[in-house]
Design a protein around this ligand. Structure first.
Ligand SMILES: [Zn+2]
Ligand SMILES: [Zn+2]
Length: 147
């Protein structure tokens, strides 16, 4: 078992494992991330859709429609937000890096929805800061979903 690729929720009911190395790790400062996490921002990374496997408590995982283009997955027992599925990126799933057992192993490489950032929250990095989505976001095809 690769400890760096396992994670879970606060109450321990749900555990997951990543079957491949995460990519596209980045901060998101959007309001939906704030509401679902109760924190000023979240860090997500992606794996192919089938590569996030729930190894315990899969029946406890709940999902809700968090925007007109996506769903969020969370522990139905304790509320820990695990992941996000975006309609225009069906081939991947974005998971919350902070829920990994060893989150130090996945470093964010950019910020999105920086224009929505909480004024008093800033991270000490020189990473690219995008006002909304990155210009090259997979699946957008030049359009911009509402949020
Ligand atoms: Zn839980
Ligand atoms: Zn967000």
């Amino acid at each position: 078992m690769n400890a760096a690729r396992q994670g879970g929720c606060a109450c321990g009911a749900v555990r997951y494992e990543l079957k491949s190395a995460p990519f596209d790790a980045g901060w998101c400062h959007c309001r939906i991330c704030r509401l679902t996490s109760g924190a000023p921002a979240m860090v997500f990374a992606s794996v192919p859709a089938g590569d996030l496997v729930f190894t315990a408590g899969a029946d406890k995982v709940r999902r809700f429609k968090s925007s007109d283009f996506g769903h969020r997955l969370f522990c139905g027992e304790c509320g820990t937000p695990f992941a996000m599925q975006v309609d225009h990126q069906p081939e991947t799933i974005d998971f919350s890096v902070a829920t990994l057992d060893e989150p130090d192993t996945v470093e964010p490489g950019f910020h999105i929805f920086y224009a929505s950032k909480v004024a008093w929250f800033e991270t000490a990095d020189e990473l690219p800061r995008h006002a909304e989505f990155r210009r090259d976001t997979r699946g957008l095809g030049g359009t911009k979903p509402t949020h």
